[in-house]
Write a protein that binds this ligand. Structure first.
Ligand code: DLZ
Length: 157
C-alpha cells in the first residue's frame, strides 16, 4: 500500500536558511531519489543552492556523527539525514534504526539545531521504492519538514 501525505505545510520561504543534508550510500538507488526529492522541495521553498551543504557517508549508522560535523562546521539552521534501511535476515536494521533515531534526537536537543529523521525503515525493497519516487517521494516531504524546522529554529514562523 502506498502511504498518503499526511500533513500539508503552508508555503514557507526558506531563502534565508542554511541547510545541511547527509545522505547514506547504502541502498544508493533509493537514497539518490530521496536526495533529489529533498533538493527539489528546498528549491521550491526558495532555499539558495549555495546554502545547501551535502555530505555522503557509507551507511545510515554514520548519519548522526556526520550531522554533528555539519552542524559544527557549517553553521546550518537544520540538518536533514537521508537513509534507507531494508530488513535483512538479521536484526541489523533494528539496531541501526534505534541508533540513528536516538542519535539525531539527542544531537538536536544538545545543539539546538533540529535534525530531520529522513530514514526509510522498510520490510522489503518494494516499500522503499514506493516511498522514494514520484508524488510519494518522502525526500520531498523531509525537505519541507527541514524548511519548517529551520524557520522555527530561527524564530521566523
Ligand atoms: C551493514 C548495513 C546493513 C546490513 N544494512 C544497511 C541498510 O539497510 N541501510 C543502511 O543505510 N546501512 C546498512 N548497513 C551499513 C551501516 O549503516 C554502516 O554503514 C556500517 O555498519 C558501518 O558502520
Amino acid at each position: 500500500m502506498i502511504s498518503k501525505k499526511i500533513i500539508e505545510h503552508k508555503k514557507l520561504n526558506g531563502n534565508k536558511l542554511r541547510i545541511g543534508i547527509v545522505k547514506a550510500q547504502w541502498n544508493n538507488s533509493i537514497t539518490d531519489n530521496l536526495l533529489a526529492g529533498c533538493l527539489k522541495s528546498l528549491s521550491n521553498a526558495g532555499v539558495n543552492k549555495k546554502n545547501i551543504f551535502v555530505l555522503e557517508v557509507p551507511g545510515s549508522f554514520e548519519l548522526p556523527f556526520s550531522a554533528q560535523k555539519i552542524i559544527k562546521e557549517k553553521r546550518v539552521d537544520v540538518v536533514i539525514v537521508l537513509g534507507c534501511l531494508i530488513k535483512g535476515e538479521t536484526r541489523h536494521d533494528e539496531y541501526i534504526a534505534q541508533a540513528v533515531s536516538q542519535g539525531i534526537m539527542r544531537l538536536g536537543l544538545e545543539t539546538g539545531v533540529p535534525v530531520i529523521f529522513g530514514v526509510l525503515t522498510c520490510q522489503i525493497e518494494k516499500q522503499a521504492i514506493d516511498r522514494s519516487v514520484g508524488e510519494n517521494n518522502h525526500g520531498y516531504f523531509w525537505g519541507e519538514a527541514g524548511v519548517a524546522m529551520g524557520l522555527l529554529k530561527k524564530n521566523k514562523t
